[in-house]
Design a binder for this molecule. Structure first.
Ligand SMILES: Cc1ncc(COP(=O)(O)O)c(C=O)c1O
Length: 400
């Protein structure tokens, strides 16, 4: 339904296609004199009209750390995409992991973390959670309902990430969430790879969905931001933790991420299509032992991906065949020969990137044994040009 102030009403958007929703979510032009985009509101101080209003905080905005019209616009859009009761914005994707962990866990608690987790999440658990008196165990990403055997009376958090970082193992999120809930634990998921366009964690039993908005939502390799979205049961404590910690995303970065959302659907479709084309091509190369991409029929987690996900984004890995003693040298020769692919961390931007993956911190999901793992982020360039670039890498690696 359309009202006078809102040219695209909420009801119309709820049933609209994804790109239509992305084009309009979070925008209320007539709240801002008709300007299509929300203003970037820079704020620490917010004034109150009188002392009584100040004491009771009886107005929508009270202080810069507690939200502005800019961060609210982004949170509203993310809530609509995630199906969440509330969203916080935080300064990075890593903070989007650490804030909910700190919201949920106390000294004496036990946390179960998937072994294919984003590396710095593991570091936070090992370096800081353990210092704060939390016991941490890592579990097999493919464990499914078998996680039952790892639950303890004090398990308060089960953290998932699917596909896993670098090796892309899929997880049976529903099965894990059901077990965790039976034991009273909160389920978090780092959903950065799929974005809420291709997977909506809360629809599959997850309580708190985590995103490095740095990646596809920002989309241009120039912004760091995280979003954390909770269901109704977990929203109050997540919100309270972010206020207590004073961790909030900036209005400039929130604006840029909201801007990125407008084109995220078309960008993701292009990233996904190109990545799958290159993954299929890599499967035909004799230098490649395996391609780790959930949308490939050959991938062990493919059935779960097909059951639960609506699409695949543009990041995956492949295993470059190499004898144990020659792995690093081959990987370096391959990477150093690339001209279009940059060598850089992060992903989700418009440009292609390659990384030599280090799996030494894994305790269970140690990765394929046949060679060395190279992760590719497929950007928006033409597939033929990217293939030619990868051919340079294979040629250089074959000389060793
Ligand atoms: C799966 C995943 N989660 C979280 C992050 C952290 O994001 P940020 O770089 O914004 O801290 C990353 C970054 O690479 C990531 O790959």
């Amino acid at each position: 339904m359309t009202d006078d102030k809102d040219p695209v009403g909420k009801d119309a958007l709820a049933s609209a296609g994804m790109n239509t929703r992305l084009a309009h979510l979070g925008n209320h032009p007539f709240d801002f004199h008709g300007f299509v985009n929300p203003p970037v509101v820079h704020a620490s101080t917010v004034l109150f009209p009188n002392a009584a209003a100040m004491e009771t905080r009886a107005q929508k905005y009270t202080y810069g750390t507690r939200g502005t019209p800019t961060t609210d616009a982004l949170c509203e859009a993310i809530d609509a995409l995630e199906g969440s009761a509330g969203t916080i914005v935080v300064p990075s994707g890593l903070a989007a992991v650490t804030v909910p962990f700190l919201a949920v866990l106390s000294a004496g608690d036990h946390a179960l973390i998937v072994d294919s987790v984003y590396g710095p999440t593991r570091h936070f658990c090992n370096a800081m959670l353990t210092r704060l008196g939390v016991t941490v165990d890592y579990y097999d990403p493919e464990i499914g309902a078998g996680i039952e055997s790892l639950m303890r009376p004090n398990t308060r958090l089960v953290h998932t990430e699917a596909p896993g970082s670098n090796t892309f193992e899929m997880q049976d999120i529903r099965a894990i969430a059901d077990v965790a809930h039976r034991h009273g634990a909160v389920v978090t998921m780092d959903n950065t790879w799929a974005t809420p366009l291709y997977f909506r964690p809360l629809d599959h039993g997850v309580d708190i969905s985590i995103h490095a908005a740095t990646k596809y939502p920002a989309g241009h390799s120039d912004i760091l931001l995280g979003t954390v979205s909770a269901n109704a049961a977990q929203w109050e404590r997540l919100h309270e933790a972010s206020i207590t910690l004073g961790i909030c995303g900036s209005p400039d970065d929130s604006y840029q991420v909201l801007r990125g959302l407008r084109t995220m659907g078309v960008r993701l479709a292009h990233h996904g299509e190109s990545a799958l084309a290159i993954a299929r091509w890599l499967e035909t190369r004799e230098e490649v032992a395996a391609v780790l991409h959930p949308a490939l029929e050959s991938f062990p987690g493919h059935a779960l991906w097909k059951r639960d996900f609506k699409g695949a984004s543009g990041v995956f890995s492949f295993v470059l065949k190499a004898e144990p003693g020659a792995r690093k040298a081959k990987a370096y020769a391959f990477l150093d020969a690339l001209r279009l692919f940059g060598l850089g961390w992060s992903w989700g931007g418009y440009e292609s990137l390659a990384v030599h993956v280090n799996l030494n911190d894994r305790v269970i999901a140690k990765g394929p044994a046949e060679g060395t793992v190279i992760r590719l982020q497929i950007g928006l360039e033409n597939v033929a040009d990217l293939q030619r670039d990868l051919e340079l890498g294979f040629a250089a690696a074959s000389l060793l």
